[in-house]
Design a protein around this ligand. Sequence first.
Ligand SMILES: Cc1cc2nc3c(=O)[nH]c(=O)nc-3n(C[C@H](O)[C@H](O)[C@H](O)COP(=O)(O)O)c2cc1C
Length: 200
Amino acid sequence: MDVLKAVATRRAVKQYDPDFQIPEADLAQILDAARMGPTAFNLQNWRFVVVTDPALRKQIRAVAWDQAQVTDASVLIVVCADLAAWTKNPARYWQDAPQDVQTLMAGMIDQYYRGREQVQRDEAMRSCGLAAQTLMLTAVSLGYETCPMDGFDFDAVGKLINLPEDHAIGLFVAIGKGSAPPKPRGGSLPRQDVVISNHF
Ligand SMILES: Cc1cc2nc3c(=O)[nH]c(=O)nc-3n(C[C@H](O)[C@H](O)[C@H](O)COP(=O)(O)O)c2cc1C
């Protein structure tokens, strides 16, 4: 499926066949596509918690407004960010580059993030958002349905997945075989309302 078709057909699907299991190879392909996505300074600061344990999924559903996607989709991916990725041997994010480039990038990363907590968090959330879209478009292109979600208690989910202190949750992406079509689209704002020419 080409990208435009995946973009046009992706919908937030809320009902899933609970008996369907996504093949491991497809899930790996979806996750690997997200790993190819862009991150500032190539920090790759996303962490994908793939929740397959039914008991854990039930617990998460209980703190996610009882939304059925949480338990019924084949996988629930908690897209998290390592807020401190910039401190963790940043040269490794450039491991395939020459040594001098690795050293240069490590220095730039430190200079950019040190002491800037808001930037650390904003950048991490940008990474999560971009990764979530890649997860969804890849899943759609493989014939699955998806739902992005942030309707849950972030602290409670953090406890359930043992989220490390220096990580944050961005959002969930549920992936599976839809069992009912999504409701008709809510409507798109006209292009002229959202596209600004040069300045506001
Ligand atoms: C960050 C984010 C959080 C969302 N949270 C939920 C959610 O908790 N539950 C849900 O059913 N849909 C959720 N949605 C899906 C939106 O409701 C949906 O994307 C929107 O209505 C547009 O519909 P479409 O994606 O089918 O085009 C979320 C979407 C985004 C981007």
